[in-house]
Design a protein around this ligand. Structure first.
Ligand SMILES: *Cc1c(COP(=O)(O)O)cnc(C)c1O
Length: 231
């Protein structure tokens, strides 16, 4: 992005660059509501956060027509705080968590869109399911009984490396897993169609590999300063 562009200008420039089938999730974690409002005023409605407390505080202070996406690791005991309003959860990594999302969605008489997070990176630090673990969840009776969640696709994060070839290979791998899971479990589902992959540094490769949702933060809002307290 060109220097000196406002947040609104950056949002508009990125959306112009993205193919029509790719949704921009603007990752606003650590950024103040004023900056989110700048993006909102430029017409953007879809924002991603990775911490429950920050997400609930921001949603309470921003317009109700924002679609909030939870993109970070989610603890089961915190689902209840976001269940009333969350639009999509990208980071489902266990059946236990999915059951709790279903329970809290039912309590709120709503349906919550979910993606399973699949581990494609070599780093041990990245959360996510192996393909076999995902298949065993999808084959379970407990999964069949969940009526207040809708599985809309898969999410993954590439290895944090400067090597674009490695990232592209990992995204291609996730696309293959997505295609296999779609065929084996969601052939007749119209909702299972999303592949959430790509961040500021790698969204070009992710789109080449078939991404339908990119999660972009620092390119829009600038670098994050974790030294500042945000609670
Ligand atoms: C922070 C974060 C992003 C955005 O990262 P940028 O490099 O700032 O674009 C995307 N996805 C997840 C899961 C994140 O935690």
């Amino acid at each position: 992005m060109a220097l000196g562009m406002s947040i609104g200008e950056k949002i508009i420039a990125i959306k112009e660059e993205l193919p029509d089938h790719v949704l921009l999730v603007a990752v606003s974690k650590t950024k103040p509501v004023e900056q989110i409002l700048e993006a909102y005023e430029a017409g953007h409605r879809c924002f991603g956060e990775n911490k429950v407390q920050e997400l609930t505080a921001k949603s309470a202070n921003l317009p109700a027509d924002i679609q909030w996406h939870m993109i970070g690791h989610l603890q089961t005991n915190k689902v209840k705080y976001i269940a009333p309003f969350i639009h999509t959860i990208h980071s489902v990594d266990s059946l236990k968590l999915l059951k709790e999302i279903n329970k809290q969605a039912a309590k709120n008489e709503r349906m919550i869109d979910c993606l399973f997070q699949v581990r494609i990176a070599e780093e041990e630090t990245k959360f996510g399911l192996a393909k076999a673990e995902l298949e065993s969840i999808l084959n379970s009776e407990a999964f069949q009984a969940l009526n207040n969640i809708r599985i809309v696709g898969l999410m993954g994060m590439s290895t944090n490396t400067g090597d674009a070839k490695i990232r592209l290979a990992e995204f291609n791998n996730l696309k293959e897993i997505y295609t296999a899971i779609k065929e084996d479990f969601f052939e007749s589902s119209d909702s299972f169609k999303e592949l959430s992959m790509g961040m500021s540094d790698d969204y070009q490769e992710a789109i080449k590999a078939g991404s339908t949702m990119v999660r972009i933060g620092s390119t829009i809002f600038g670098a994050r300063n974790y030294a500042v307290k945000h609670s």
